[in-house]
Design a protein around this ligand. Structure first.
Ligand code: ADP
Ligand code: MG
Length: 693
């Protein structure tokens, strides 16, 4: 519960001074400027008064209860102050002071120490090395932060790892006259975590949209849990930066090497329904839209314009973001035809032409709002000097106030018509400078609508032989390595994953008998821990027709790989399948990431793969298959029969369960999996498993 942090009844400021350039002074001024509703207690042993407030020598001397303390004194003095705060019963301490974890081992120790002191008294630390918090709730109006953007009420809450990014977001909102609800930039996150703050915002009724900036997800599992709870209620917009700094791990498998460093963030966001942005600008523009507008019930957009070109840009951007152009109903068309000028175009976009006045432009929007075939409206509006632009803006304003469908607007104008923008904005219709900006913001809202409406996932469980896998893994205790093919295929079998008929042979003697068990034509492969990609080194011979050919191939391989002390496998030679790659890669403290893609020799070049976080639902598995670029190849093109994707869904789900049940299975590569035409199934042909110790 973070109430005493975001809704403190009283605030003490350790380090308050009369020097206007000190952090303590600025925090105090911010609290005063924003009419903080509780008492403020400056702490300064050297002064009697700070501003016109009585100063106390220490927190313990304050006669009343203290919820929150802001601390901005030298790092080495912080522990002493915290002891004092603890004894006093302070609930939260915002530590602005830097010089902790971020400066090295000594700082790290000091940071651990201050958290220990706080917890001894049941107090919580916010920071250190942090900006602070803000809450514009008029009942509280707390600005316990040392920055400078004035605060007024709104419904967007921000939690930013970087104070600089947080400030950028605030500045932009302020410039366009939008308030915020709550703000937090939490610094080193030694105690109060981003996840807790996100959870708090999620429960705050007056927060309509959450914006977050993340550099490192300190607790990915916690984030997934919290975000999954919040996103059905309100959107979380996230900017994740520092894509190259994290998780650079050595990987040996295809799955591992195809995963980009940032894949984990993507799969977590996807699973939790978090909207990811790649620029501050896109995120803030979407936040503005979410703040004011209803979420569209579907993806059908109509564009209305009084000038041609920008509307085409809007169309392009909408389509590439996955929206569809709505088809106007016959009724709407006939209404519009009566309403607009003759040279207007009643289609989508609706071009009402530049001479359209309030009746034409406003009337068009009014009619479109009633059309059941339309989910959202994007307006392109130039302030043509020969019409009553303010009249149009006023009319749009009226419509915007009651609309159940989102309306976005691009306004092209200059200073002279600022009143037009003001009127439209006053009605809660967001106004952007560019059509593509408006389109992208609308696309984000549409995406969120889809997330909200996504069906509850169906999780299927299978008959599996968990014990058997445990026994197999125990054979390789403490081993950080690839395991032999024989064991790999046994593990797959225990989870009902179909694999090609495979027989192991250690030496020449058993070869003939094994081959009878398989039947010709067959495949011979080498199996050794240090040979990861067999065919690269001549360790796979396909299409062996008879025993002499088998003996010949065997002898060659046995000689070539003698130094690896290999074993060999014989397999049935399969034909008529398409090659896929399926895989899984473990994540510390989380279920593994599962991969699906087109396999075969081109996989590393084309990288046509899709990732999801396990455990997969049936919907996840289907979506994964459908989202790769090569999906049409599986649907059947040019007379080709469609592939048995149901069988692939089944393998994906079993693989997801296997990886989730056994975190030691760090990398699983099923490459290739052959998928056959519908009804004929799918089969693993080659598999590698790497264990974690
Ligand atoms: P590696 O990946 O270690 O090089 P694979 O066992 O995947 O070795 O074999 C390489 C390629 O040979 C596969 O991608 C597939 O095209 C083909 N292949 C392997 N085994 C079979 C088989 N049993 N039937 C048909 N083709 C196979
Ligand atoms: Mg392979």
């Amino acid at each position: 519960m973070l109430d005493a942090l975001f809704k403190p009844r009283s605030v003490a400021i350790v380090g308050a001074s009369n020097n206007p350039l000190s952090i303590g002074h600025i925090v105090m001024q911010n609290l005063l400027d924003h009419n903080f509703k509780g008492p403020i207690y400056p702490i300064n042993p050297k002064s009697k008064y700070i501003k016109s407030f009585k100063a106390y020598a220490s927190v313990s001397e304050i006669p009343d209860e203290v919820d929150l303390v802001n601390i901005s004194i030298k790092n080495t003095l912080v522990p002493y102050v915290l002891e004092d705060c603890g004894k006093k019963g302070v609930k939260f301490a915002i530590v602005h002071t830097a010089g902790f974890k971020e400066v090295g081992e000594e700082g790290r120790q000091l940071e651990r120490q201050i958290v220990e002191i706080a917890h001894k008294y049941g107090m919580r630390i916010y920071g250190p090395n942090s900006q602070g918090i803000q809450n514009s709730d008029p009942e509280v109006s707390v600005y316990a932060n040392f920055t400078f953007v004035p605060m007024f009420p709104g419904n967007i809450s921000i939690v930013a790892q970087s104070g600089g990014v947080g400030e950028t977001l605030k500045i932009h909102l302020y410039r366009i006259g939008k308030g915020i609800r709550m703000y937090a930039s939490f610094g080193n996150e030694a105690d109060v975590s981003m996840n807790e703050i996100m959870d708090y915002y999620g429960q705050d009724e007056d927060t309509k949209v959450i914006m977050t900036h993340i550099e490192t997800l300190k607790d990915p599992a916690g984030f997934l849990e919290v975000a999954s709870r919040v996103t059905p209620k309100k959107p979380i917009l996230a900017l994740k930066t520092g894509k190259t700094s994290e998780g650079a791990v050595a990987v040996a498998s295809h799955t591992g090497s195809l995963m980009e460093q940032d894949t984990l963030t993507d799969v977590i966001f996807k699973k939790a329904g978090v909207l990811r942005f790649h620029s501050q600008e896109d995120m803030i523009n979407a936040a503005i839209a979410f703040s004011n507008q209803p979420v569209p019930p579907g993806d059908r957009v109509v564009i209305v314009t009084n000038t041609g070109g920008p509307a085409i840009i809007a169309v392009d951007e909408c389509i590439s973001a996955g929206l569809k152009l709505a088809k106007l109903s016959a009724k709407t068309k006939s209404t519009l035809k009566k309403l607009v000028f003759q040279e207007a175009i009643v289609s989508n976009p609706v071009d009402v032409v530049a001479t359209a006045g309030t009746e034409q432009y406003g009337g068009t929007v009014e009619a479109l709002l009633k059309d059941p075939n339309i989910d959202s409206i994007l307006l392109v509006f130039v302030t043509a000097p020969f019409v009553d632009c303010e009249g149009i803006a006023r009319k749009l304003g009226e419509l915007g106030k009651t609309s159940k469908k989102p309306i976005m607007c691009q306004v092209m104008t200059i200073e002279k018509w600022q009143e037009v923008i003001r009127l439209i904005r006053a009605s809660d219709i967001p106004v952007y400078d560019f059509a593509e900006t408006a389109a992208r913001a609308l696309a984000s809202m549409t995406r969120y609508g889809q997330i909200q409406r996504r069906p509850l996932p169906t999780h299927v469980t299978f008959r599996k032989q968990k014990k058997k896998v445990e026994v197999l893994l125990n054979k390789h205790k403490d081993k950080d390595r690839f395991i032999p093919q024989e064991d790999v295929f046994d593990i797959l079998k225990s989870y009902g994953i179909p694999a090609v008929k495979t027989i192991n042979v250690k030496r020449e003697k058993g070869l003939g008998k094994a081959a009878e068990g398989i039947g010709y034509p067959l495949v011979l492969k080498v199996d050794a821990e240090r040979i990861v990609h067999k065919s690269d080194v001549g360790g796979v011979v396909l299409g062996i027709k008879d025993e002499p050919a088998l003996l010949f191939a065997y002898k060659k391989m046995a000689k070539k790989f003698a130094k690896y002390k290999p074993s060999f496998i014989l397999q049935e030679h399969l034909t008529g399948g398409k090659e896929l790659i399926l895989g899984s890669k473990g994540n510390e403290g989380l279920a593994p990431t599962v991969m699906f893609g087109l396999g075969g020799v081109f996989v590393e070049v084309l990288k046509d793969v899709e990732f999801r976080l396990a455990p997969l639902s049936r919907e996840d598995a289907i979506a994964m298959i459908q989202s790769i670029k090569g999906y049409p190849l599986l649907e059947g093109t040019r007379g080709d029969k469609p592939a048995d994707t149901d069988a692939v869904v089944d393998i994906l789900l079993r693989l997801s369960e296997l990886g989730t049940d056994f975190p030691r299975l760090d990398e699983i590569d099923l490459n290739p999996v052959f998928v056959f035409p519908k009804g004929k199934g799918a089969t693993v042909v080659d598999a590698r498993i790497k264990l974690k110790p």
